[in-house]
Design a protein around this ligand. Structure first.
Ligand code: PLP
Length: 402
């Protein structure tokens, strides 16, 4: 008899986006003349920039030649990309890392999920509420004990240090879903906590490229001592529109240690390297060349233009909502805008009303955790035209809410 991992049975059904899709489909069927604008799902809409396309095309051509053909590549990523990451994403910010502290992967989602392999099942895990669901579900799958750290307007969306000792802490800034950030001093508290408690911080910086303000760390390693306590996840998905191309990386400094039951230090970089070599084939050569091109002069320029345009949409959403009296968070260093649902409605009640009366789709905050109830997420990844039109409709709709 083949026994199953029963932890899977205690997972909540991931019904958020499927429920949204069903509600939207029903509304469209009943109202075929209405045009819906979707500011819900966090996928990008701008195509891959020319610099990355060119690099990918060149790499494809190389693969068709005897000299340029590549078979199995290094599981950890090609040296050219790891070097470009170290130089561009870290050295420019005063962070010194070595190439073998970088592991190139096919996504931050996979990395956040897979990293749990190298930690003991009985570690206590802290995650924020609301949260990007992957941290929660992947730890539930291993049956780990979860501590929730509420992030709401009450604490300015800054999680408070846990009262009890936790071993692993997931932090994501700029945050999905709230779009809020931590300043250097806020993050330093977490690094100090982790040092005191021999905990590891799993820092998801997937939205780092959207930071516009000073004093917001782009990497946790900008905080002194973080190399002894933190793993960092980065992704080209939102930065360079690679959601369909697939490329990301995880940083595991060689100074980062875990412990055996007997208290003996274990090198986490080595453990992850071992896991990577056994369970991962590496990212394709063409994709890694495209990722490398994000650091070329023209690549940087083209990508910045896209990010600027998304941030412009975020501004349109934020200011447009504020003009008609909504309380709004995020949207300055992030493509996400998190609004307080007015008049004591629940997140889902607001979703239904917005769909029916403004024909705009967003994401109910309660879908990201209990503390997301009463909030609502809008994303800046749509076109400018749709964003402007959606906000105009929400402004008109808000009159009816008074
Ligand atoms: N981390 C966060 C916080 C995200 O919101 C997302 C995607 O929405 C990811 C990671 C996934 O990134 P990737 O596409 O690299 O798997």
């Amino acid at each position: 008899m083949s026994l199953v991992n029963e932890n899977f049975l205690s997972l909540q059904d991931s019904y958020l986006f499927s429920t949204i899709a069903k509600k939207v489909a029903k509304f469209m069927e009943e109202n075929p003349n209405k045009t819906i604008i979707k500011l819900g799902i966090g996928d990008v809409t701008k195509p891959i920039v020319p610099a990355c396309l060119k690099a990918m095309h060149q790499a494809v051509d190389e693969m068709g030649t005897k000299e340029g053909f590549k078979g199995y590549g290094p599981e950890q990523g090609y040296e050219f990309l790891r070097k470009a990451i170290v130089e561009n994403d870290y050295q420019t910010r005063g962070v010194e890392l070595e190439e073998d502290e970088i592991f190139v992967s096919d996504g931050a989602k996979c990395d956040c999920g897979n990293i749990v392999d190298i930690f003991a099942q009985n570690n206590k895990v802290a995650i924020t509420d609301p949260v990007y669901p992957v941290y929660l579900d992947t730890n539930m799958m291993c049956g780990r004990n979860i501590t929730y750290l509420p992030v709401t307007a009450k604490n300015d969306f800054k999680p408070e240090l846990p009262k009890e000792k936790v071993d692993m802490i997931y932090l994501c800034f700029p945050n999905n879903p709230t779009g809020t950030v931590l300043e250097k001093e806020d993050l330093k508290k977490w690094v100090d906590y982790a040092k005191q408690n021999q905990s590891i911080i799993l820092y998801d910086a997937a939205y780092e490229a959207f930071i516009t303000e000073d004093n917001i760390p782009h990497s946790i390693y900008e905080i002194e001592g973080a190399k002894e306590v933190a793993i960092e996840f980065k992704s080209y998905s939102k930065t360079a529109g690679f959601t369909g191309v697939r490329c990301a990386y995880v940083v595991i400094p060689k100074t980062l240690k875990g412990y055996t039951k007997e208290g003996k230090e274990v090198d986490l970089n080595q453990l992850w390297n071992r896991r990577t070599c056994t369970k991962f084939n590496g990212v394709s050569y063409m994709v890694q060349r495209a990722a490398e091109a994000t650091y070329s002069e023209e690549g940087k320029k083209q990508i910045q233009e896209n990010i600027k345009a998304y941030l412009e949409n975020a501004k349109i959403i934020k200011h447009g909502l504020e003009e008609v009296g909504f309380t709004v968070y995020g949207g300055v260093n992030s493509p996400y805008v998190w609004l307080k649902v007015p008049n004591g409605m629940t997140s889902w009640e607001f979703f239904d009303k917005l769909l029916e009366e403004a024909n705009v789709v967003g994401t109910p905050g309660s879908g990201f955790g209990t503390c997301g109830e009463g909030y609502f997420r809008l994303t800046a990844f749509g076109t400018k035209e749709n964003t402007v039109e959606a906000i105009k409709r929400i402004q008109e709709f808000s009159d009816k809410l008074q």
